[in-house]
Design a protein around this ligand. Structure first.
Ligand SMILES: [Fe+2]
Ligand SMILES: [Fe+2]
Length: 232
């Protein structure tokens, strides 16, 4: 039913991962570059576990949340708001496409675990829809952000404490590394703007459009993107 960890002896990348930029370079989401993830891809140490990849994203999201709070002017707050929304959208979708199906497949009771996580994602997405429409000068901006972060940080805690360790216990290091690569690839092919050759122009001009695209359409899209990119 599920595979036991066999520890193949593949080398591990140290948990310390390069820090991200301290300030977003550009306000528009299309220019957001997952610098540290690309650094990991380029590394000869390819056996990063999927849980480490997911935890790395969580740490980045927390930094971005704190940067929104710390930003001293409206423009900087908006830049961090944009980056936080896009990174959270990409992270959530990559988990739903790669990680949660792995819970269902390999973890005893993983179906319940995945359904709980999807429900928590939905709560976070609902708050994200509200937050995306707000400007920093709005009186609801910080209360909504705090509500969003409360929901997200509870979810992150459960993923890191319960769900991801359960997955790692039931797969070997080699398979975990493959999942980490798929997670990374999926994040890369989550577009940050409309792809010109997308046949039916799905509504992902915004992070919210991306999040509201049906999951089966997104999965189809990711299958097509590598080929589309080679043509470009
Ligand atoms: Fe999640
Ligand atoms: Fe997560």
């Amino acid at each position: 039913m599920y595979r036991l960890a066999t520890h193949t002896g593949l080398r591990q990348v140290p948990r310390s991962i390069a820090n991200s930029v301290s300030r977003p370079a550009l306000a528009t989401p299309r220019f957001i570059q997952p610098v540290s993830i690309r650094t990991m891809m380029d590394s000869p140490y390819s056996a990063v576990k999927v849980s480490d990849r997911v935890k790395h994203d969580h740490a980045e999201l927390e930094k971005q949340y704190r940067n929104i709070l710390a930003a001293e002017d409206e423009d900087t707050k908006v830049r961090w708001q944009n980056q936080f929304i896009w990174e959270l959208a990409r992270h959530s979708i990559a988990e739903e496409i790669i990680v949660y199906p792995a819970f269902e497949k390999f973890v005893p009771n993983g179906l319940v675990m995945a359904e709980k996580d999807r429900a928590e994602h939905q709560r976070v997405k609902n708050l994200l829809y509200e937050f995306e429409k707000m400007t920093p000068s709005s009186s609801d901006f910080l209360p909504t952000l705090d509500k969003l972060w409360d929901a997200l940080s509870d979810h992150i805690t459960e993923e890191e404490r319960d769900d991801l360790p359960a997955l790692e216990e039931n797969i070997d290091v080699e398979y975990s590394s493959k999942l980490a690569s798929s997670f990374n690839t999926t994040k890369h092919f989550v577009p940050t703007h409309s792809h010109p050759s997308a046949p039916d122009k799905p509504p992902y001009e915004t992070a919210i459009g991306l999040l509201t695209t049906p999951m089966d359409k997104l999965i189809d899209m990711f299958r097509k993107f590598p080929k589309e990119d080679k043509k470009a």
